[in-house]
Design a protein around this ligand. Structure first.
Ligand code: SF4
Ligand code: SF4
Ligand code: SF4
Length: 521
């Protein structure tokens, strides 16, 4: 067992407001420069919707991520884009790269905001801000697509881009059309950053060895010195979370704000989040089992298998082995306080996005609750009774279909989504009884497999948690690693982007599938 350290993340979708404060925080700090106009290392998209870039979830179109390798003796999955033939034909033209049309239609745009306060005061009409290209400066350009194109559900109907949402792919055309009708419509927000995966397809795809997972906290980075601009990481990442910079000729991605993490601060988008939906906490995992778990035959088992390789930081054997392998007491203590460990492994309420891409993300989502779609009858029609006379709504009646959430967060496995939703609902009912009826009855918790102390901790973290409870950050100490803290070396965001300085190029790299894997290997 080789124990590795990983910064884990949880986003609680039940609380996201779609306000985009996180997006602006990241944009202003990291991608507010030439060549990065279209980049959104953090984006929040409305679901159902085609997303950013358009249809990113559809790997029949983009061939990103990994596929199960069923060849005899195979101990690791294969890249979706890996084959000698593919390597040869895509060397100078890669047909599965997203085009600008998939990101921004006619190109990234802004608006002529200056017109709002500089127009002649004698005009009778209200001043308007017109669309303007961020690249050429041309005004009045046609807007055909953009980031969060289906904002607040606009355009998710059958005639719009809603039908392109890949999460309808398990449903018949009739079922999808019915769901997109106005009276049945539903929506939710999906904030996305790089998942800092345990089995990153961007790393596996890069022929230059520029993409890597750093040893001290598992953050996935692109070494700007080594990047040759092949863009295999862009097509390899199934989440489309690496972007090509047309000005520098290199690829870039979310860096989990590692200069902040190294000084004990949460990333910008986490700190700025208005809904307080974001949690950060360290995890330990077994590197020796990553490839095997990613190659699990049945994609519906991937969530449970993924949980198995996250190690229990309370287990004395794990603690002893971790110490033997050089993991500090400070990191182990932080793992025991990690909200991400609680939510993903212990309470099983958080789930990885599209586990079937087999990258084993380190970002987990708590699925959103939604109102029941029909009026509750007097008999048991839409309610499931549990012992003690308490009630939980029938999840089949939820406005957001369970099958949709299972395609998004469970690899098609409805059970893992139902368990998460039932536990959240049970907690809500338990607290309602306490606050409104003045009685404490744990039967509803027992019915969904939660103890009272787990429920109280869950309530604390989901509803009331302070800053230090949401963000448990184990900073890398210079004596633990070859990698001296960047701030001590005068590190700045600009150094990061400069081809000469590199992106933490001196940082130790976590081994990958026991060897370096390039396209076609
Ligand atoms: Fe790589 Fe991030 Fe994509 Fe995972 S989500 S494959 S770590 S770029
Ligand atoms: Fe941007 Fe930092 Fe958030 Fe990544 S963690 S999306 S770099 S603000
Ligand atoms: Fe959602 Fe938080 Fe981003 Fe607002 S800042 S859109 S609540 S993730």
């Amino acid at each position: 067992m080789r124990i590795k350290q990983q910064m884990g993340i949880t986003f609680n979708l039940d609380k996201c407001l779609g306000c985009q404060t996180c997006t602006i925080a990241c944009k202003n700090v990291w991608t507010n420069r030439e060549g990065a106009e279209y980049m959104f290392w953090n984006n929040v998209e409305t679901k159902p919707g085609a997303g950013y870039p358009k249809e990113w979830e559809n790997q029949n179109k983009y061939r990103g991520g990994w596929k199960q390798n069923s060849e005899p003796g195979a101990d690791a999955p294969k890249l979706n884009q890996a084959s000698k033939f593919w390597e040869m034909i895509s060397l100078f033209y890669n047909p599965v790269l997203p085009q600008m049309d998939d990101y921004y239609g006619k190109g990234p745009f802004t608006f002529t905001y200056e017109d709002l306060h500089s127009e002649e005061p004698t005009k009778y009409s209200q001043p308007v801000a017109r669309p303007k290209s961020q690249i050429t400066g041309e005004e009045d350009i046609e807007l055909t697509y953009g980031v969060n194109w289906e904002d607040n559900g606009a355009g998710t109907h059958e005639e719009g881009t809603g039908k392109l949402d890949y999460n309808f792919s398990d449903m018949s055309d009739e079922a999808r059309k019915a769901l997109l009708k106005f009276e049945n419509s539903f929506m939710m927000y999906l904030p996305r950053i790089c998942n800092h995966c345990l089995n990153p397809a961007c790393v596996g795809s890069c022929p230059s060895g520029a993409n890597y997972k750093r040893e001290e906290d598992g953050v996935v980075l692109i070494d700007q010195d080594r990047c040759r601009g092949w863009r295999y990481c862009v097509s390899g990442c199934p989440y489309k979370k690496t972007y090509y910079n047309w000005r520098t000729g290199k690829s870039e991605k979310c860096i989990l704000c590692f200069p902040r993490i190294e000084t004990g601060q949460p990333p910008m988008c986490f700190q700025a989040c208005v809904g307080r939906i974001r949690y950060l906490g360290p995890l330990l995992y077994d590197l020796d089992r990553v490839a095997e778990v990613a190659n699990t035959k049945d994609e519906k088992q991937l969530v449970e298998k993924h949980r198995e390789i996250i190690l229990n930081p309370f287990d004395p054997e794990v603690i002893a082995e971790a110490k033997k392998q050089g993991i500090s007491d400070q990191w182990l203590d932080a793992c025991r306080r990690s909200p991400v460990y609680k939510m993903f492994v212990e309470w099983e309420i958080a789930l990885p996005l599209h586990p079937e891409f087999r990258t084993l993300p380190s970002l987990f989502y708590i699925p959103p609750e939604s109102p029941v779609a029909t009026a509750l009858p007097n008999d048991r029609g839409t309610l499931d009774m549990v012992d003690g006379g308490t009630v939980l709504p029938n999840l089949k009646e939820f406005r957001i279909p369970i099958e949709y959430l299972a395609r998004l967060l469970g690899g098609g496995n409805t059970e893992v989504v139902e368990r998460s939703l039932l536990r959240q609902l049970a907690l809500r009912e338990f607290r309602r009884q306490e606050r409104v009826e003045g009685r404490t009855d744990t039967s509803i918790l027992e019915a969904v497999g939660l103890t009272e102390s787990q429920a109280r901790h869950m309530h604390r973290l989901l509803s009331l948690a302070h800053f230090h409870e949401r963000f448990v950050i184990a900073t890398a100490r210079s004596e633990d690693t070859d990698n001296a803290p960047y701030l001590e070396r005068g590190f700045t965001g600009f150094d990061l982007m400069s081809p000469s300085e590199g992106t933490g190029g001196q940082s130790r790299r976590t081994e990958f599938h026991g060897k370096k894997m390039g396209v076609g290997s």
